[in-house]
Design a protein around this ligand. Structure first.
Ligand code: BEZ
Ligand code: FE
Length: 294
């Protein structure tokens, strides 16, 4: 290294040290730890890529566009976290260690907390387009006890790959919640999920395009399951055979969450009904861990 390089490296390190010290008096120890680590890694990143001023401006413009496109229906920063794998890394860091518990995956931006309750065996599609799909299974603990009364929230895109909230007409479809029955059993009608692109008409879409990455997610059904004494489970069922299982734009696929959808040409369905056209069925048990990971 030349003397010039040594002087430049010292100058850079001095900036980092000064910024680190500025957070030394943070009263909350966790916030102090997080800010120190953030500064160390952010500065190391800038040094690593030898960040130019033009590139830094481009990044600021990118974040500004992300802010401008974000509103109550669109959250570009979560999308950015998703495509960078930060959402799934956070899921992995916080995953319960209980062997046998259903694995978690990304929450996504399309959950709505005002979805209607449907009875056990009811219809959460409520007009969403697609092949009728009967979903059933059992909610239980990792030690095998059935969990009755668990609240099961379900949401999904229709066969065109759109969630109800993405339509401008204010519809509510493809979502609902139900409670597991006495033996932990659950069942409902939905539509067979379809693959769809994450919103890619904003800066995150531009980033995907610039890096030759696709915006598609494999077909999936979202679940959030809550039961007293258990950790909330946020997960999906993915449909086996989907062409995008190996290249989910948000890295949410886990092998244990990939399930076969069985296609039936005619009825009767398990609930005795006779769907007019072909229908599908999916069986999937939801296994919850307790708060201490058991
Ligand atoms: C979703 O599955 O709904 C989703 C997840 C992450 C980003 C966009 C959509
Ligand atoms: Fe989704």
């Amino acid at each position: 290294m030349t003397t010039d390089h040594i002087v430049a490296a010292d100058r850079e390190q001095a900036v980092t040290e000064e910024v680190l010290a500025s957070f030394d008096a943070t009263p909350d120890p966790r916030l102090r730890e997080v800010m120190h680590s953030l500064v160390r890694h952010l500065h190391a990143f800038a040094r690593d890529v030898r960040l130019s001023e033009r590139e830094w401006e481009t990044a600021i413009e990118f974040l500004t566009r992300a802010g401008h496109i974000t509103d109550e229906h669109r959250q570009e920063f979560i999308l950015l976290s998703d495509v960078l794998g930060l959402s799934m890394l956070t899921v992995a860091i916080n995953e319960p260690s209980a062997p046998g518990a259903t694995e978690s995956t990304v929450f996504g931006p399309f959950f709505v907390d005002t979805a209607p309750e449907v009875p056990l065996g009811g219809d959460i599609a409520r007009g969403a387009s697609g092949i009728r799909c009967y979903v059933s299974g059992q909610v239980r603990s990792v030690t095998g006890e059935p969990i009755d009364g668990a609240r099961i929230e379900v949401w999904e895109a229709d066969q065109d790959g759109f969630y109800d909230v993405q339509y401008p007409d204010g519809r509510s479809a493809g979502r609902g919640w139900l409670r597991s029955g006495e033996n932990g059993e659950y069942r409902f009608w939905s539509v067979l999920p379809a693959p769809y692109p994450i919103p890619h008409d904003g800066p995150v879409g531009d980033l995907l395009a610039a890096t030759a990455r696709g915006p598609m997610r494999p077909a999936h059904l979202h679940f959030m399951v809550t039961a007293s004494g258990f950790r909330t489970l946020i997960t999906h069922i993915f449909v086996a055979g989907d062409p995008y299982l190996g290249c989910d734009a948000v890295f949410g696929v886990k092998q244990d969450l990939v399930v076969e959808a069985i296609h039936h040409l005619d009825g009767p369905a398990p609930d005795g009904s006779h769907p007019e056209t072909g229908w599908a069925s999916i069986a999937f048990d939801l296994i919850l861990a307790t708060h201490d990971g058991r």
